[in-house]
Design a protein around this ligand. Sequence first.
Ligand code: UFG
Length: 325
Amino acid sequence: MRILITGGAGYIGSHVLKALGKQGHDITIVDNLSTGFAKAITYGNLIVADLADRVKIESIFEAGKFDAVVHFAGSIVVPDSVTQPLFYYQNNTINSHFVLSMCDKFKIKYFIFSSTAAVYGMPESGVCHEDSELLPINPYGQSKLMTEHMLRDLAFANKGFKYIALRYFNVSGADPEGQIGQSFPKATHLIKAACEAATSKRTHMDLFGTDYPTKDGTCVRDYIHVSDLADAHVKALQFLEKGGESQPLNCGYGHGFSVKEVISRVKEITGVNFKVNELGRRAGDSASLTAESSRLSKLTGWKPKNDDLNIIIQSAYEWEKNRPY
Ligand code: UFG
């Protein structure tokens, strides 16, 4: 297939690029390198461009004759979305609208969208099913949900366009071959922050909120290894190619760990007793989010290989120690 990946130089995009590249697809990557790295490009042809540059992006679509688009480019930091909501709607929703208009115009057949568990908001049981109520509690989740709505409506109107919106849970870890990993500047994600503390890249880490209604008072998340997530994209695309129906699908392991559990596991694995400051709650955080992911496995044959917090942390730590970029 001829595939366009937006945001393919970023953390998740680069792992999906590698997985699709290994399958032999002809890939073009568009990335503005705001949080991505040219060194993360292991396959295909990188074009440095911003989705807001409508003329350039349209010319890329025109020349590319793509069969599929995998759309990552966007902003992902929940607390930032609370303080800069319009930036999130611009970058995530309005730019996605433009990408979809290009897909419609240039008759793209398949679309994989990087959506998020944040579309669920604050589910009472903490367990999210694809059919659960969608009540995002932060602009990040809302901005992604609006794109899901556009996808649903476009697929209804244009029968030649099919999509899967993968609702990611907490993606972490790094490529087992050590070639790519997470190098997001000023990273805010838990496992990344803990590994930075363990490698003395920061003096300490903060723990946000100890009064949540969870087992130990800290938030619970479903941590999924980025290589398993990448494989879910490969499977989702194959599913659409075989005639599968457009829909959102959860992508997580179905069990959660609290922030305290993750931090103590990172300390155990790295052998470093870094300093942790317990602070108040961070804006936009849900108490508990875990996935019901059986639909993804049943429909696409996705079988996670790294459903083990130790493997996730170990790979993130190895990356942090040896980072080439
Ligand atoms: N946390 C800390 N200290 C840190 C970093 C995080 O205590 O230094 C806590 C957060 O407050 C939260 C938990 O760890 O309770 C997880 O936070 P992350 O920032 O790692 O991840 P989020 O859950 O906020 O968001 C991530 C993705 C979203 C996705 C969501 C789904 O960034 O795209 O997981 O669960 F929607």
